[in-house]
Ligand binder design. Structure first.
Ligand SMILES: Nc1nc2c(ncn2[C@@H]2O[C@H](COP(=O)(O)OP(=O)(O)O)[C@@H](O)[C@H]2O)c(=O)[nH]1
Ligand SMILES: [Mg+2]
Length: 304
């Protein structure tokens, strides 16, 4: 099974040696080490403003004998916001979640993996194959759904995504599903007609169930760093997001962009993809993320 420590190795490698130098340096941190730390945090796509605040805090705490590691850890965890684990059991039945994002970010596989998370809570998920755009769109979801043993509602390729959205909510209501997860076609955040189509999907959902969608989650590809923030921002402007799922943290060297997502958009990160397998999608844990980033408590990997 994938681990946070392993998944974040690439981002960590970027500044691991600087950190161990800095952490081992005691109270008297040479200016050069601080500057090196600043440069490397920025290279990992930690937002510049946050890096500035971190350094100011480190400076302030030098006299208070708090270790650099403790200051950094505390500040970084705080920057991710105080969001507890996502509660699937919230009274709405069905709880409806619309999954959005650009092409290839990981929407379809993530949607299926989320269904598995729902099952682990002993709830009944239903999947909606709202990607009617790509011929293989619903086949791919079906394949994954089989592994999870979840039902799928699909339309025909080239059909109306809004119609599938309506049918999926309808099926979730009539079958008594607990959680409906609706996959959608990838769309560029810069293409207006596709963004408007998403509006139709939302309206179709609420036509069948006024409160739907209860949640709109964007799936972001962590390997593209700050560019993912740009996408999230544009989606958020048009379709207010209630959550982020960050896919492909494994293999990203720019995981620091997540701090920008939580701080600048104020949208909580709900789940994280640490690998391609079903069980590699896990609830987001700020402490585990930061510890893995800083190389705290790792069990002796080559860069630990
Ligand atoms: N390594 C890794 N690959 C992932 C992760 N999430 C998704 N993928 C891969 O990313 C590719 C695109 O995923 P897909 O769900 O089809 O993206 P979509 O176009 O947004 O629906 C697939 O090969 C997935 O297996 C992850 O967390 N880690
Ligand atoms: Mg897809």
């Amino acid at each position: 099974m994938a681990s946070w420590f392993k998944a974040l190795s690439k981002t960590r490698q970027g500044f691991g040696s600087t950190l161990s130098k800095a952490f081992g340096g005691g109270d008297d941190l040479p200016e050069a080490t601080i500057e090196e730390l600043e440069a490397k945090l920025i290279r990992a796509d930690v937002p510049v403003r946050l890096v500035g605040e971190l350094l100011a805090d480190i400076e302030k705490n030098r006299t208070r004998h708090e270790s650099l590691q403790d200051v950094l850890r505390r500040d970084l965890i705080a920057a991710l916001g105080m969001h507890g684990p996502y509660l699937w059991k919230r009274g709405e039945k069905p709880l409806t979640i619309l999954i959005v994002g650009v092409n290839g970010s990981g929407k379809t596989t993530t949607t299926a993996k989320l269904a598995w998370q729902v099952k682990r809570e002993e709830l009944r998920p239903l999947l909606g194959a709202g990607d009617t755009f790509r011929a293989a769109g619903s086949d791919q979801l079906r394949l994954w759904a089989e592994r999870v043993d979840a039902d799928v509602v699909a339309g025909r390729t080239g059909g109306d995504a809004a119609a599938v959205a309506f049918d999926a909510v309808d099926a979730a209501v009539s079958r008594g599903s607990d959680v409906l997860l609706l996959d959608t076609a990838g769309r560029m955040h810069t293409k207006k007609p596709l963004m408007q189509e998403l509006d139709k999907v939302r309206r179709a959902m609420s036509k069948r169930l006024p409160a739907a969608p209860h949640e709109t989650w964007i799936v972001l590809d962590a390997s593209i760093g700050q560019n993912a923030l740009l996408q999230a921002r544009m989606f958020h402007e048009i379709h207010p997001l209630t959550g982020v799922v960050v896919a492909k943290l494994d293999g990203s060297s720019k995981a620091g962009f997540l701090f920008a997502v939580t701080r600048e958009l104020g949208v909580p990160v709900r789940f994280a993809g640490l690998g391609e397998q079903m069980e590699d999608l896990v609830p987001f844990q700020p402490e585990a993320f930061v510890d893995a980033l800083l190389g705290i408590g790792g069990n002796g990997g080559p860069d630990a």
